[in-house]
Design a protein around this ligand. Structure first.
Ligand code: NDP
Length: 246
């Protein structure tokens, strides 16, 4: 038996990209998965694939900007599997544009999904993990949370700096037995790069990803590494990026 076998893992943003790749990877290692996103048809197809391969997963329609829906997600995990070992706060959006374009609605949306979504996840699982005296919260940040990507990434970077700050605070405050990991990837192939509504920014992002991106499974393997460490070892942060990326 490996250290991932039977762990109950909630993944937000599991309908594509890094979340989906992580779901497939952890399912193959025997984790029991609770998959959350808004596009339920994609989640259902993923659950069907996992079950066909002999794994266990359920899909839960969830908008992470709604605290009540994230609470309901945690409740469904408990109802189905009786415990929560890992929460991967992965859902995120990246509508990049220069600040001067004043895309104020997109700024709010990024704050709602990328920051508040993570906080809603923490609030939904912390009481259970405290009671269990064990648990693991993995927050998806970015290398954009280590360096501000100007001139189009200021707000996105701000959200990822916030995720890293929250995660470090959570690590320091975490109840007995609860681990916290920040995962900070560089350019990874997914739908995230399609988020810009500003044409110049979209073209720049496309060119950058074409020159740099690595497969989503690279991040799945990093997440698995953090989960499979013995309970007394907390991998605080993993930074990984394409070898060719600056
Ligand atoms: P994708 O766009 O492929 O996936 C994003 C996921 O987030 C989707 O499953 C989407 O599902 C979900 N999501 C978006 N909004 C919401 C919402 N309101 N409620 C619930 N789920 C939501 O991008 P990635 O896989 O690349 O992104 C995953 C994470 O990785 C993000 O946090 C991103 O910032 C981070 N990251 C990505 C990098 C990259 O280069 N790809 C680099 C560094 C970090 P749905 O639309 O069905 O709700």
């Amino acid at each position: 038996m490996n250290a991932i076998q039977n762990k109950v893992v909630i993944i937000t943003g599991a309908s594509s990209g890094l979340g989906e790749a992580t779901a497939r990877h952890l399912a193959a290692r025997g984790a029991r998965l609770v998959l959350a996103a808004r596009r339920t048809e994609r989640l259902q197809a993923l659950v069907a694939d996992i079950e066909r391969a002999g794994g266990q997963a359920i899909a839960v329609a969830t908008d992470v900007t709604d605290a009540a829906q994230v609470q309901a997600l945690a409740q469904q995990a408990l109802a189905r599997f009786g415990r929560i070992d890992v929460l991967i706060n992965n859902a995120g959006i990246m509508p990049l544009a220069p600040l001067a374009k004043l895309k104020v609605d997109e700024w709010s949306r990024m704050i709602d999904v990328n920051i508040k979504g993570v906080l809603h996840g923490v609030a939904a699982v912390l009481p259970t993990m405290t009671e269990q005296k064990s648990g693991h919260i993995i927050n998806m940040a970015s290398v954009a949370g280590l360096k501000v990507f100007t001139p189009i990434g200021s707000v996105y970077s701000a959200t990822k700096f916030a995720v890293r700050a929250l995660s470090e605070g959570l690590r320091a405050e975490a109840p007995q037995g609860v681990r916290t990991t920040i995962v900070s990837p560089g350019a990874v192939e997914s739908e995230l790069q399609l988020g810009s509504t500003d044409p110049d920014a979209a073209a720049g992002v496309k060119a950058f990803y074409q020159a740099n991106q690595i497969p989503a499974d690279s991040v799945a393997r990093a997440i698995a590494y953090a989960i499979e460490q013995p309970a007394e070892v907390d991998v605080n942060e993993i930074v990984l990026r394409p070898t060719v990326q600056d």
